[in-house]
Design a binder for this molecule. Sequence first.
Ligand code: NAD
Ligand code: UGA
Length: 469
Amino acid sequence: MVKICCIGAGYVGGPTMAMIAYKCPDVQVVVVDISASRINAWNSDHLPIFEPGLDDVVKSCRNKNLFFSTDVEAHIADSEIIFVSVNTPTKTRGLGAGKAADLTYWESAARMIADVAKTDKIVVEKSTVPVKTAEAIEKILTHNSKGVNFQILSNPEFLAEGTAMDDLAKPDRVLIGGRETPQGQKAVAALKAVYAKWIPENQIITMNLWSAELSKLAANAFLAQRISSINAMSALCEATGADVTEVAYAVGKDTRIGSRFLNASVGFGGSCFQKDILNLVYICECNGLPEVANYWRQVVQINDYQKARFVNRVVASMFNTVSGKKIAVLGFAFKKDTGDTRETPAIDVCLGLLGDKAQLSIYDPQVTEDQIGRDLATNKFDWDHPAHLVPTDPTAKKSVTKASNAYEAAKGAHGVCIMTEWDEFKTLDYQKIYDGMEKPAFFYDGRNVINVEALRKIGFIVYSVGKPL
Ligand code: NAD
Ligand code: UGA
């Protein structure tokens, strides 16, 4: 039985390994992590992440050919293939702070592999890393080894949260990059054989290591760029009376452009788009390409502009002050069908409103009050560096409450802001919400989920991203 170990039991390591175990009953998969609480949760009835379809897959394989363990060393030692799926956040200090990827966790995983390996290993980069990381990892592994052969592969992950299980079951493509040596190609073939158990061979693309590493950063940059492009258009739509949904529809009908990923919003969030683009910007700068760096930096700048624009709209429309006013925030996760709040645009919007002394009542079906409190008290980029949690404003907590449903959040509020496109927000009883609010009742839809005309008919003053005012 082939044995696979994955270092990092997070949003990628957990679901990815669960799918491999599910599709390959003849492979033994162990997911290891230094966080005992995370591993305990993976072994419990309450998995540490919410992802549709994940529970069933985990339950069907757990303790058969899928295991979760904190015994990192033992499982590295007796596995043939080791995936490394640790976090690779943005550096907060020193050279490249605010842009470069922090490879501390990756390096410590590589050193651990070098220390405990006694037999040949295939080490797979699953985390998103800067191009040429494999070269650095190779140095760490080969300088510490005792005659053990290591092959490094790049196998970036393209799953999106909320649809992770479908993405893993039917990916658009699987990418494997390896050295062009016979040993490198043998390692590529071994990993390809695992995926080939459920993915058609023509969708498993093999290429050189650097192309595979860079393709991941490029894919995220292209996706985020589409959102910033349509969001930039949304500002122009609001200024001219055009409707961004109609513009996106017309543009997307061109098959060269395509219709997906053109939803205007309050801004993109999630743990990766911003971090990966900033990392790309840094790599371009380091390679003497400032024009290319500036091109991609704009994608993040437009995203920041979009979030700031949303806050300004709320404050300006409420007679230039939200001081002491209750505002309901519906949705806090960075997108629907996940409880993940990393880099959610709701954080910047809430902090902006709190900066103007608003009283916030937040409702999200998957995000806990503790998580919201932590997010609003953590400095930018620090969320993935637990050692440096520094409250930005210890008084902020007093102005924030968590509501148990949308109606409670909106009761007595002057305004409602939709931050996440949860399906349940499409079918709320908006008459009931309106009746419970202060008047005039303002509504700001940061996700274009509500029917603007229907809400205006009820009496709301409605602002929806990129829609005629
Ligand atoms: P995560 O923070 O959810 O999980 C990372 C895990 O690694 C944590 O549980 C942490 O405790 C563990 N870890 C860190 N150092 C370790 C060590 N030395 N030994 C053992 N465990 C260690 O992160 P994630 O969202 O799963 O992302 C992981 C990587 O995958 C990142 O590079 C990210 O850019 C990339 N990625 C993420 C997504 C996504 O949707 N979240 C999608 C594609 C790619
Ligand atoms: C994204 C990519 O889609 C994945 O392919 C990639 O693997 C992953 O990043 C990663 O590397 O971490 P994810 O961040 O989970 O996945 O979710 P997306 O669906 O891409 O959404 C990202 C953000 O963009 C969300 O805040 C979403 O609401 C926003 N978005 C998305 C828009 O504002 N408009 C759109 O049209 C699409």
